[in-house]
Write a protein that binds this ligand. Structure first.
Ligand code: ADE
Ligand code: ZN
Length: 330
């Protein structure tokens, strides 16, 4: 794509990224071997060939299975460092990474192992090439609020040790039937504790879930949010409040949130004046990292260079970086 050098050079951040979604099939196989885990696929290619999704749940089944190879601190480090090296190559200046501790603690992996591996990679990237990073601990919405509260309590003793990284919480996993209201208490507790708040809403779920993520959870940023378009009053609110949407075009295509990328509403939302950003979600599963998401979207929606620059600038202003750092990047 002729805009590749331009997009590579844009100062930009990634704000919607599940670190478990960066596990490439090759690394899944390598970690399985290292940990003596038998995978139900004969080869890397057979695993990759299984990545044919019809909806969010069909993806989540493979995503949680893939994360089952993560056992040691080194595993979490290796996964995270592989992603950060790609972001260095793509000209990314800052990342806000979600991780799903419940996926690991349920298998007997200690939450401190997860934090330690992620943090070692993130600090190394910061110290060696100046890529900054924050962590957003995400609660799995298909599990109970009680489970989320227990997870928060398990993580809180680690807060001091990771103050430079762990700045907020998120909400992910199967959206339908798991509305934001289900997590009102845990979000209230996180708000009291001073955490920044994001939540997935309006990916497969209705616009009402976006509304309740704002009203009940007091989310400051909405992950996906593309179905907000179904509610004009909500759209006006998102515009006036400048609530950012972290949109993931290739994810929406692979999970059949849209049938074709040229039907994606990102350009419409951008034209209406929403603070839209482009992100990769689970790049190892959806066929492209951040720059690929920019370019595929530009191609499908005929985005211009100035529009791509606006999207990159939005990704900086929508981040949780201090204002001084935002200004330095803009
Ligand atoms: N977990 C990982 N990726 C997700 C997505 N796109 N939606 C909800 N939960 C997720
Ligand atoms: Zn996501």
């Amino acid at each position: 794509h002729h805009l590749r050098p331009f997009v590579l050079g844009l100062p930009k951040t990634e704000l919607h990224l599940h670190i478990e979604g960066t596990l490439e099939p090759e690394l899944i196989f390598a970690l399985a071997e290292r940990n003596g885990i038998q995978l139900p696929y004969p080869s890397v290619q057979a695993l990759r060939d299984a990545y044919q999704f019809t909806d969010l749940q069909s993806f989540l089944d493979l995503y949680y299975a893939g994360a089952g190879v993560l056992i040691t601190e080194q595993d979490f480090y290796d996964m995270t460092m592989a992603y950060l090296l790609r972001m260095r190559a793509e000209g990314v200046r800052h990342v806000e990474i979600m991780f799903d501790p419940q996926t690991h603690t349920v298998r007997g992996v200690d939450i401190s192992t997860v934090f330690a591996g992620l943090a070692r990679a993130l600090r190394e990237a910061r110290d060696s090439w100046g890529l900054s990073a924050y962590l957003l601990l995400s609660f799995l919405r298909h599990l109970s609020e009680e489970d989320a509260l227990v997870t928060l309590e398990q993580a809180l003793p680690l807060r001091e040790a990771y103050l430079d990284l762990w700045i907020g919480v998120g909400l992910d996993s199967g959206e339908r039937g798991n509305p934001p209201e289900k997590f009102a208490r845990v979000y209230e507790r996180c708000r009291t504790l001073g955490f920044r708040l994001v939540a997935h809403a309006g990916e497969e779920g209705p616009a009402e879930y976006v509304r309740n993520a704002l009203d009940v959870l007091q989310a400051e940023r909405i992950d996906h949010g593309v179905r907000s378009e179904e509610d004009p009053a909500l759209l006006q609110r998102l515009i006036h409040q400048r609530t950012p949407l972290t949109v993931c075009p290739l994810s929406n295509l692979k999970l059949q949130v849209v049938d074709e990328l040229d039907q994606h509403n990102l350009a419409r939302l951008l034209r209406l004046g929403l603070c839209v950003t482009i992100n990769s979600d689970d790049p190892a599963y959806f066929g492209g990292y951040l720059v690929e998401n920019y370019l595929a979207t530009a191609q499908a929606l005929n985005l211009t260079a100035p529009q791509l620059a606006t999207l990159a600038r939005n990704s900086i202003s929508a981040s949780f970086l201090p204002d001084a750092r935002k200004l330095a990047l803009l």
